[in-house]
Design a protein around this ligand. Structure first.
Ligand SMILES: O=C1C[C@@](O)(C(=O)O)C[C@@H](O)[C@@H]1O
Length: 233
């Protein structure tokens, strides 16, 4: 029996090599009721505040309902002031992790990092490239830049177009710093399956098959079955 068979609808299982394999369910494009139901039934989820249209009161209720949530609010929908308010609200309401974009404005980063440290919320500093996977030197430079914020986890999510792109991303896991790598797009799917088995802090999956929050994101039951199958090797 695979070691994580028992988790069924849960999202966490033990890898053969001893570290935990975590599947984080990215929640976006849901109603408030759907979101609340999801956090009450999942072990580990990301709340995409920029994709959910929650009121501040609803944000507080969602984060109070589950002590293992990542708060994320990508730029685009809200200006930085509102993004900051939403993330500070999530932190004050018990967010376990907060995702802060490496290239966000300094004042924004400082305010969110300070609040997270004060509250014991773990900090994920993230880098995204929705076009390509940069060359190794550039990725290493990005990782060093992210390290300067002294995060708990460094997240690197890049569009993968080839096996080498996946290999380069997965190579970042050969690190003493906790890393989270994601290969986006059709060609990046393989990295989503193997990265948590190779030490990535987690992999992301969709809540339903039609609600992916990023290209190439697999449905949670499908990726869980694939990971369990690989654990039987
Ligand atoms: O950064 C990431 C990774 C992700 O973009 C993905 O490709 O699965 C999904 C996002 O919700 C999350 O914040």
């Amino acid at each position: 029996m695979p070691e994580c068979a028992a988790i069924a609808s849960h999202a966490i299982c033990d890898a053969q090599n001893g570290h935990r394999v975590m599947i984080c369910i990215a929640l976006g494009n849901l109603t408030y009721d759907e979101c609340l139901h999801a956090v009450n039934t999942l072990d580990f989820a990301e709340i995409r505040l920029d994709m959910l249209a929650l009121t501040h009161e609803q944000v507080a209720t969602v984060f109070a309902a589950n002590s293992n949530l990542i708060a994320t609010c990508r730029p685009g929908k809200y200006d930085d002031d509102e993004r900051q308010r939403l993330l500070l609200n999530a932190i004050a309401s018990g967010a376990a992790y907060v995702d802060i974009e490496m290239d966000a404005a300094d004042a924004f980063k400082q305010a969110v990092i300070q609040a997270a440290r004060a509250r014991g919320t773990k900090i994920i500093i993230s880098y995204h490239d929705f076009e390509k996977t940069p060359l190794r030197e550039e990725l290493e430079y990005v990782v060093r830049w992210c390290s300067e914020f002294n995060p708990d986890i460094i997240k690197i999510a890049c569009m993968a177009h080839s096996p080498r792109d996946n290999a380069r991303l997965l190579g970042l896991l050969d690190s003493d710093t906790p890393m989270l790598v994601v290969g986006m797009g059709e060609r990046g799917k393989i990295s989503r399956v193997v990265s948590p088995l190779l030490g990535s802090f987690c992999t992301f999956a969709s809540y339903t098959s039609d609600k992916a929050t990023a290209p190439g994101q697999l449905f949670k039951d499908d990726i869980q079955a694939l990971i369990e199958r690989m654990q039987q090797l």
